[in-house]
Design a protein around this ligand. Structure first.
Ligand code: COA
Length: 147
């Protein structure tokens, strides 16, 4: 049986990843250009999960001056609740630590319970609120973790 493979995002993945982000975040999704830059950015770490050669999940962060910010995490609906996001989070946190980050942040829509629970599972706490963070004017919780 085919396995789920976790690996670094490459430039060849960018179209599929941008598509996945669009499916999950609509107008708030990152652009193809954003992911193309992220694939080469030495301050970033982006991971994809692949099943039967198809991208089914992506998560990534940027690290600057000791602070890491998770910019996206999305798992195709069919593959949710199998621990994929959790695995990717664990990998990202490990990378952030290795690269000297002391804090990790994640912005989460205030009604996004799955995402909040995922962050809480790793010890993130709500440390602030960003007003009008999303295109439709909704706020985001800023969740933070000391690592
Ligand atoms: C949030 C998301 C990435 C979770 O992905 P996933 O692979 O299904 O998550 P996992 O299976 O690794 O779950 C890890 C933990 O997250 C939490 N969680 C995940 N889905 C949940 C749900 N529907 N309800 C409540 N908690 C949930 C649980 O704490 C879970 O641990 P448990 O299974 O031991 O209870 C996924 O639902 C998704 O892609 N959502 C749409 C995009 C999105 O909102 N991204 C987050 C933006 S910040």
């Amino acid at each position: 049986m085919a396995e789920i493979i976790f690996r670094k995002m490459t430039l060849a993945d960018v179209d599929a990843v941008a598509e996945l982000d669009k499916e999950n975040f609509g107008v708030d999704a990152w652009s193809r250009q954003f992911f193309a830059y992220a694939a080469k950015n030495p301050h970033a770490k982006y991971i994809v999960a692949e099943f039967e050669k198809k991208i089914i999940a992506c998560a990534g962060l940027e690290i600057y001056e000791g602070e890491a910010d998770i910019s996206t995490v999305a798992v195709t609906e069919k593959f949710r609740r199998r621990g994929i996001a959790q695995k990717m989070f664990a990998k990202l946190i490990r990378t952030a630590k290795k690269r000297g980050a002391k804090f990790i942040f994640a912005e989460v829509r205030t009604d996004n319970l799955p995402s909040m629970r995922l962050c809480e599972k790793f010890g993130f706490m709500i440390i602030g609120r960003e007003k009008n963070y999303y295109a439709n004017g909704e706020d985001a919780f800023v969740m933070g973790l000391k690592i």
